[in-house]
Design a protein around this ligand. Structure first.
Ligand code: SF4
Ligand code: SF4
Length: 77
C-alpha cells in the first residue's frame, strides 16, 4: 500500500519557504516560488509542514486502516 503524502495546494502557497526550512528530512523544495514534495521517499509523515504553513496550503490525508470484514474483536490463536 502506498503511504499517503502531504498535498500542497499551489494556489495557496506563497513561497514563504517555512516548510522547506523546517522539514526534518529535506523532502520539500521551492520550485518557481512554490513548495513541492521533491523527495517523497524522504517524507516521514511527521506533519511539521502542515502545522507550520501559515496559508494552510499543506494537507496530510489521514491513514485509513481497514479492519478485516466480519472481525469484531481481537483474534487469539
Ligand atoms: S509553508 Fe506553506 S506557504 Fe510557505 S512555502 Fe510551504 S506550502 Fe508554501
Ligand atoms: S510531513 Fe514532515 S517529512 Fe513530510 S514533507 Fe512535511 S515536514 Fe517533511
Amino acid at each position: 500500500m502506498n503511504e499517503p503524502l502531504p498535498e500542497i495546494d499551489p494556489r495557496l502557497c506563497t513561497g514563504c519557504g517555512c516548510c522547506v526550512n523546517l522539514c526534518p528530512t529535506w523532502a520539500l523544495e521551492l520550485v518557481d516560488e512554490k513548495a513541492v514534495l521533491s523527495h517523497p521517499n524522504a517524507c516521514t509523515y511527521c506533519t511539521v509542514c502542515e502545522d507550520i504553513c501559515p496559508e494552510d496550503a499543506i494537507s496530510l490525508p489521514f491513514l485509513i486502516v481497514f479492519a478485516p470484514a466480519g472481525h469484531h474483536g481481537p483474534v487469539y490463536q
